[in-house]
Ligand binder design. Sequence first.
Ligand code: C5P
Length: 222
Amino acid sequence: MPHGPASPFVIAVDGAAASGKGTIAGKLATHYGLPHLDTGLLYRAVGAAMAEAGADLDDADTAGRLARALDLGRLGDSALTTAAAGEAASRVAALPEVRAALLALQKDFASQPGGAVLDGRDIGTVIAPAAPAKLYVSAAPEVRAHRRWLQTSARGEARTEAETLADLLKRDARDAGRADAPMRRADDAVLLDTSLMSISTAFDEALRHVEQARRRWEALTG
Ligand code: C5P
């Protein structure tokens, strides 16, 4: 039984880096007045804590320990948004010790009685498999690289567009290829390709799908 009367309205938004999933998730949260968790920030914060501790990013024991002790007050730290932080996040996210340490926190967030929006790579598959609304956001790699390059160059990060594309492809391969909770579309997630869409069109499309899901969810939950 996927939904009971008390089943919260959870919106799961998964997808690759720079697909638009974070922007879409944030706008959906604002639209519905729901709390939003960008789960990528959790892995980015663990990567940053590893760098501060001077630990090797493959050191699973230390990464697991730091993930269990994560300071959630640091998730707004702008240092977590850099390309280097994304790369470090993807390295530690492949460690089962880290994923296990961050699981309960994310599941608790998704179980709030009033509902929630979460975005990441494994929300629809692992964190909230019974979520009534699931989106999988994608875009062509070149489009994602261009978007990411515009953001990072505006911040003064010295990466070329070609380097940004190479970084994204490497990160996609690592995220989709890891054994534990790989990035993939849940069977019941709607695929939203934002390659040719403006932000506002992508949001309108996302909202249309979520509204359909919400009507189904209301009919089921009464
Ligand atoms: O979404 P963002 O680019 O901030 O994610 C950074 C990294 O964190 C991803 O490349 C991925 O390796 C990891 N991640 C994950 N599972 C999530 C969210 C992020 O493995 N739910």
